[in-house]
Design a protein around this ligand. Structure first.
Ligand code: FE
Ligand code: FE
Ligand code: MG
Length: 165
């Protein structure tokens, strides 16, 4: 990348790359959790939930892409082995072993809440030390906030549906 563009990050570079790679691992795990969840989910309102899970999976993959672009721009290397995702991730992975729609929604809501905490703390820590990464984290945080809201709305609708059965 441009030398001046990297220079302004200065001594903060190793920490910024660490934060980015950790978030990168979270995004891949979130992508897969949504992707596989969309394939196996069962129960009422399944079609509406599948549509949302598929959209969110695409967003998480796009986040991984945005983060990689910044890692490379800073002269870093994105995690090259999926094995390392578990070591680096902040939020871990919740396997959708129970395919019931309520359980899947709850797992993904927890994941989004973790993601919101992660990006919020990246924003606080980085601040003006690296305005480009700061801006990236703000963009992703906006999506994660929307994801949580979407899933909670579905869970609320599902609650009404289940009570009326
Ligand atoms: Fe994400
Ligand atoms: Fe998300
Ligand atoms: Mg959505």
């Amino acid at each position: 990348m441009g030398t001046r563009g990297r220079e302004i990050v200065g001594e903060h570079l190793p920490r910024v790359l660490e934060l980015l790679n950790k978030a990168f691992a979270d995004e891949w795990l979130a992508y897969y959790q949504y992707w596989v969840g969309s394939k196996i989910v069962q129960g009422p309102m399944k079609d509406a939930v599948i549509s949302e899970l598929v959209l969110h999976a695409a967003d998480e993959l796009r986040h991984a892409d945005m983060i990689t672009a910044r890692i490379i721009q800073l002269g870093g290397t994105p995690i090259t082995s999926p094995r390392e995702w578990f070591t680096f991730a902040n939020c871990g992975y919740a396997a959708p072993d129970d395919p019931f729609v309520k359980k899947i929604l709850e797992q993904n809501i927890s994941g989004e809440q973790c993601a919101i905490n992660v990006y919020n703390s990246i924003i606080s820590e980085i601040g003006l030390k690296d305005p480009v990464t700061y801006n990236l984290a703000v963009q992703i945080l906006q999506d994660e906030v929307e994801h949580e809201e979407d899933l909670q709305a579905l869970l609320e609708d599902l609650g009404v549906f289940l009570v009326r059965q």
